[in-house]
Design a protein around this ligand. Structure first.
Ligand SMILES: [Zn+2]
Length: 111
């Protein structure tokens, strides 16, 4: 089984962060996200989320960002777990509504 990586491993000491590389391609790539339910703390693992490719017509990273949004329901409390993945020329970032970066883990099944 592939290893889960904390999103925060890409954080820099000055408060900035590096985006995940290796996924900013034309093809859709899957990513899996593990976190806790923001409401009740139950652990949660997503299915493979197919990340939309960047907008190749963009002039720079900001213009190339394409979002992929998936909403799951917590098995325990039924709350929504909202995962937003943005993908641009500079790489990928993951957000989960209500959680900080250190509470988010990911793995790339294709690597
Ligand atoms: Zn819950």
């Amino acid at each position: 089984m592939k290893e889960w990586f904390p999103l925060s491993k890409n954080d820099n000491s000055d408060g900035s962060f590096s985006r995940l590389g290796g996924i900013a391609t034309i093809e859709q790539e899957p990513i899996e996200v593990k976190c806790k339910c923001p409401k009740c703390g139950e652990s949660f693992e997503s299915d493979k989320i197919m990340v939309n490719p960047p907008n190749m017509g963009g002039e720079n990273h900001e213009e190339s960002i394409v979002y992929t949004e998936e909403i799951y329901l917590c098995d325990k409390c039924g709350s929504e777990i909202e995962i937003v993945i943005d993908n641009g020329f500079g790489g990928v970032d993951i957000e989960v509504e209500g959680l900080s970066r250190k509470d988010i883990f990911y793995r790339l099944p294709s690597e």
